[in-house]
Structures are given as structure tokens and as C-alpha cells.
Design a protein around this ligand. Structure first.
Ligand code: NDP
Length: 316
């Protein structure tokens, strides 16, 4: 049996499959995982983790014989892939199997903002429909111009899901893609031209707070900001003041800077829809992600190769 250090949550079926080939050491069952690793880390050859918890540098340093890290999620900004690579540790993630689900979450947030789903739900529950008559009108989500920040695997799935709404899609990323949508090499210029900006880039240094005050002011009082990427991509303090001042119209957010902490000022706003980072969180999609997370570990154990390495480890 190989020795696996497991950080964060795993489904029962993941644990069952892993338990057939690995002795599992769960961080969540330990009083102090760092102390445990300092004592036993040399025997650990595999790590299972997720995009939120990643692998702390001190954890990585305590596992000199590590061979592979399997991340239960596509975003891996919480894992230092350069440090892993330098130690010969391959990092894997779960691309593609969650594209449709995260795209559904983005569309759900956008529609909820336009059609004021939370406001109208509260209106019915409070008995106001009967007492006061019909609810105020909302905005149509059809025929909007939507700017996608990060037209990758999930960004394309969002564009596909929005097509039936008669949406005009434009996008910004570092490089122009081989698609028919209009490309902007400048994010602020794109924000000025769109009704809704949907963020779906990776997190990390290169995207840190790229949706800043200037971008949000360009999106404007009639603009809607949707973030299903990482909380770090949006300057949260600037977003809160823009929403409070009416310089930005609406925001639909699945991710936050210091999640699970969500600022009180944001929770107090009525022009936002807030989700607890559930972009991929359905039974079906988590099962597919879990299967790929386990398959990567089992394949590496069997023959030293993996199915879905992160791009930085693709040639290992
Ligand atoms: P991809 O790698 O397929 O796409 C990422 C896109 O972002 C590419 O188009 C890339 O293009 C662009 N991009 C990268 N860096 C920058 C930058 N600095 N500025 C502008 N554009 C940039 O990734 P996925 O579509 O599979 O996933 C995207 C992200 O979605 C994940 O990394 C994760 O953070 C987030 N996510 C969130 C979930 C949730 O639950 N809310 C669930 C799953 C994923 P280019 O390189 O040309 O810039």
C-alpha cells in the first residue's frame, strides 16, 4: 500500500476507491497536520487536495518523497506548481468534467440579477403580492452583450449556454483565440462596451484584482458583474463601493476574496446575488471530478503517468 496524505474533503466513493490501494492519512482527523507531517512526512508519496486548500509550502517541504499531487478541482492557484515541479512532483487537476456545471452557475447568476429572482421571491414570501399587487418590473436578460474575461474551457461553455438568449459574446484574455467572437486586448475597453462582464479566468498573480475600479466604472450603473472565477480576480472593496454608490448596477458572485468570509457590507446590499462557491457543486459533477481525481492517483501508482496534468507539468 502506498501512503496518501489527504487534505480537505472527499466523497465516500473516492475514499472507498483510494482505500483499496493507499493507506490514507487525513489532515482533518489530525490535531496538527504540520506536526504529523514533520514526523511522518517522509513516507508520504501521494497527496490528494482541492483548489481551495492547495498544499501549503511547509506541508510540501515536509514530504521529501512526494511523487504526485491530485487536485479535486480545475483551479490550482493554491498549489505552487513551480515548487512541485522543481521537486519532480507532478500536479494533476480536473479540467472539462465541470465545464457545463460552472457555466450553468454563471448563467444562473446572470439571470438572477437581471430578473431580480431574490427580490421577487422575497416579495411573494412576505405576502406583498397579495397586499400590494404586482412586483415592479425587471430587466430582460435577452439580447445582451456579454464580455467573457477568460475564454477558456468554461468560458466557451458559458458562451454556448448563453446563445439561446440571443446574446452577443465578446471576450478578453491575454491571447486572441480562434473563435468568431470579437476580441478585446484591453479589459476596460471591453467593459465599456458590454452589459454584463463574466469573470472565468484562473486566480493567481497574473489575474489579481484585474477587475479594478476603472473596469467597474467602465461597466457602469447599468452593468452587471458576474464572478465565478476566484475572489482574487475582483477588487472586492472597490466593487462594494461601486455597488453602494450605484456606479456599478448589479453583481452575481460565487467566489470571494477571503471565503468563506463574506463582508457584511456586501451581504447588506440588495443589488447582489451571493452563492457559497458552488460553481461545480452538484452530485453529478462532483462525482465526475472525484473519479478523475482518483483515476490520476491510481494511474500514477500503476505506471508513473497521469491523465490530466496541469499545463506546467504536462511534459513530466
Ligand atoms: P482555462 O485554462 O481553460 O481558461 C482560462 C482562460 O483565462 C483562458 O482563456 C486564458 O487565456 C485566460 N487567462 C488566463 N490568465 C489570464 C490573464 N492574466 N488575463 C486575462 N485572461 C487570462 O481554465 P478553465 O476554463 O478550465 O477554468 C477557469 C477557472 O475557473 C479556474 O482556473 C478556476 O479558477 C475557475 N473555476 C471556478 C469554479 C467555481 O466553483 N466557481 C469551478 C471551476 C473553475 P490566455 O492564456 O490567453 O490569457
Amino acid at each position: 500500500m502506498a501512503e496518501l496524505f489527504l487534505i480537505g474533503s472527499a466523497t465516500d466513493i473516492m475514499l472507498e476507491r483510494l482505500g483499496e490501494k493507499f493507506t490514507i492519512h487525513r489532515a482533518k482527523d489530525m490535531d496538527d497536520p504540520q506536526t504529523w507531517l514533520d514526523e511522518h512526512g517522509a513516507k508520504i508519496t501521494y497527496v490528494g487536495t482541492n483548489g481551495h486548500d492547495g498544499v501549503k509550502p511547509a506541508f510540501m517541504a515536509a514530504m521529501p518523497n512526494l511523487k504526485a499531487i491530485s487536485c479535486y478541482g480545475v483551479g490550482y492557484d493554491a498549489i505552487d506548481t513551480d515548487a512541485a515541479r522543481a521537486k519532480g512532483v507532478v500536479v494533476t487537476h480536473t479540467p472539462n468534467v465541470l465545464n457545463a456545471e460552472v457555466a450553468t452557475t454563471a448563467v444562473l447568476l446572470m439571470l438572477s440579477c437581471y430578473r431580480e429572482v431574490l427580490r421577487d421571491d422575497a416579495y411573494v414570501r412576505a405576502g406583498r403580492w397579495e397586499a400590494e399587487g404586482n412586483a415592479p418590473l425587471t430587466r430582460s436578460a435577452d439580447g445582451q452583450t456579454v464580455g467573457i474575461l477568460g475564454l477558456g474551457r468554461i468560458g466557451q461553455a458559458i458562451a454556448d449556454k448563453l446563445a439561446p438568449f440571443g446574446t452577443s459574446i465578446v471576450y478578453h484574455s491575454r491571447s486572441k483565440k480562434d473563435v468568431d467572437y470579437k476580441y478585446y486586448d484591453n479589459l476596460t475597453a471591453m467593459a465599456r462596451d458590454v452589459d454584463t462582464l463574466i469573470c472565468i479566468t484562473p486566480g493567481g498573480a497574473s489575474t489579481n484584482k484585474i477587475v479594478n475600479r476603472e473596469v467597474m466604472d467602465a461597466l457602469g450603473p447599468q452593468g452587471t458583474l458576474i464572478n465565478v472565477s476566484r475572489g482574487s480576480v475582483v477588487d472586492e472593496a472597490a466593487m462594494i463601493s461601486a455597488l453602494q454608490d450605484g456606479r456599478l448596477g448589479w453583481a452575481g458572485l460565487d467566489v470571494f476574496e477571503a471565503e468563506p468570509k463574506v463582508p457584511e457590507a456586501l451581504r447588506a446590499l440588495s443589488n447582489v446575488v451571493l452563492l457559497p462557491h458552488v460553481g461545480s457543486a452538484t452530485h453529478e459533477t462532483r462525482a465526475a471530478m472525484g473519479a478523475l481525481t482518483v483515476d490520476n492517483l491510481l494511474q500514477h501508482l500503476e505506471n508513473g503517468t497521469v491523465i490530466s496534468p496541469v499545463p506546467e507539468c504536462a511534459d513530466m
